[in-house]
Design a protein around this ligand. Structure first.
Ligand code: ZN
Ligand code: ZN
Length: 333
C-alpha cells in the first residue's frame, strides 16, 4: 500500500468501489493504514503517560515541567493548531480567504505537523461532513447509531476517534479538484511523515540544546511533541463529537451542530460550530463580539500585514435573517 501518495491510493480505492458498487456503509481500512492510524492515536497517548511519569519523578535533578516545557508546548500547539484551523479548515476546505501559494503551503505544512492526517484527505473528509452533516454518509456523525444511551455512547466514540479506523470514500476528484491541481500540496502530502517527525523532533532538539541534556531532549519530545499532539487531536475530534451533541444552537442548521464555549476556547475558535455550519465559508466563526475566536484574530492580523486578503464573513443582516429563520420542529436525521 502506497501510503505516501494518497491521490493514487484513493484513485485505486475509488476504482474498487466502482467495481463493488458504491454504498455509504463503512469499509474496512487496509491493514497497513490501520497500523499507522493506531500508532498515530496511541503514540501521543503513550507520550501523555510518559509526561505523567516525568511529573511524578520531579526532582531538583530534572524531570517535571517548568516554563521552558510550557512555553514550548504553547508555541508548538499554536503553530500546528493554526495550521489546521487557518490552513486545513478555513483556507483549504472552505476558501474563506485568499493568500499566496507559499503561505498556503506553509500553513499546510504546519497543519500536517498536527498528525491529524494528510491535508488533502483531511479536506475531502471535512467537505463530505458539510455535504452530509449528521446524515447517512457523514464520516463522523454521533447521531447515526440508533436510539438510547448505549447507542449515543457508541455514536460519541465513533464521532470522536472510531471513524479514523474506517476506510472513508472521499470521491477525491469530485470533492477536492482544486487541491489536486496544486502540485505543491501533493508534495506536502507525500512528505507527510517528515512534517509529523519534525513536529516531534524540533521541540526535542530545542529543549535538549537549551538544557544541554538528554533529559531536556526527552522532555521536549514529550511536552512539545507527543502531549501537544495528543491534546490537539482530542480537541479537534471534540468538534466532531461534543460540538454535534452539547451546546447552544442559535442557528437552525439542518444538522445537530452546536456552539460550545469551552471547546471554542481550547480549539482556537472552532467550537463555534453551529455558527460555522450556518456560514461555512466565513473566516470568522465567533460571530458575536463575546465569542472569542483566536483563529479569526490571527487571520485579521495576517490581513493587516497583507499576508491574506478577501477575507469573507457574513453581513449583520445575513446573520439576523438566518437567526429569524423559522424553527423546524424536529431535526429528523
Ligand atoms: Zn460539524
Ligand atoms: Zn468546516
Amino acid at each position: 500500500m502506497d501510503l505516501l501518495t494518497p491521490a493514487r491510493t484513493w484513485a485505486a480505492v475509488e476504482n474498487l468501489q466502482k467495481l463493488q458498487g458504491d454504498s455509504h456503509a463503512p469499509a474496512r481500512m487496509p491493514a497497513v493504514q490501520r497500523v499507522v492510524m493506531f500508532l498515530s492515536v496511541v503514540g501521543p497517548f503513550v507520550g501523555l503517560i510518559a509526561a505523567i511519569v516525568l511529573l511524578w519523578r520531579r526532582s531538583p535533578m530534572g524531570g517535571g515541567i517548568g516554563w521552558p516545557e510550557v512555553l514550548l508546548m504553547v508555541v508548538m500547539y499554536a503553530l500546528a493548531g493554526f495550521g489546521v484551523t487557518i490552513g486545513f479548515h478555513r483556507l483549504l476546505t472552505h476558501r474563506a480567504f485568499e493568500t499566496s501559494r507559499p503561505m498556503r503551503w506553509l500553513l499546510a505544512i504546519f497543519g500536517s505537523s498536527a498528525a491529524q492526517g494528510m491535508a488533502i484527505k483531511w479536506v475531502a473528509t471535512h467537505r463530505r461532513h458539510h455535504q452530509l452533516s449528521d446524515r447517512e454518509g457523514d464520516p463522523h456523525s454521533p447521531h447515526l447509531h440508533g436510539e438510547g444511551p448505549l447507542a449515543m455512547l457508541r455514536g460519541m466514540w465513533h464521532a470522536h476517534v472510531g471513524w479514523c479506523f474506517e476506510a472513508d470514500r472521499p470521491a477525491l476528484a469530485r470533492s477536492v479538484p482544486d487541491l489536486l491541481a496544486d502540485r505543491g500540496l501533493l508534495w506536502i502530502d507525500r512528505l507527510y511523515f517528515l512534517w509529523v517527525g519534525l513536529g516531534l523532533f524540533l521541540p526535542a532538539v530545542a529543549l535538549g540544546l537549551y538544557t544541554r541534556s538528554w533529559g531536556g531532549f526527552v522532555s521536549g519530545l514529550v511536552w512539545g511533541g507527543l502531549v501537544r499532539v495528543f491534546l490537539m487531536q482530542h480537541v479537534t475530534w471534540s468538534i466532531n463529537s461534543v460540538c454535534h451533541v452539547w451546546g447552544g444552537r442559535p442557528f437552525n442548521s439542518a444538522d445537530h451542530s452546536t456552539n460550545n464555549f469551552p471547546i471554542a476556547l481550547v480549539s482556537l475558535g472552532e467550537g463555534w460550530h453551529n455558527n460555522h455550519h450556518a456560514f461555512p465559508t466565513s473566516a470568522r466563526h465567533g460571530l458575536r463580539w463575546w465569542q472569542f475566536d483566536a483563529t479569526y484574530v490571527v487571520i485579521q492580523v495576517m490581513s493587516r500585514l497583507g499576508l491574506v486578503w478577501n477575507v469573507r464573513q457574513p453581513t449583520a443582516s445575513a446573520i439576523d435573517a438566518k437567526l429569524r429563520a423559522p424553527t423546524k420542529s424536529v431535526i429528523d436525521i
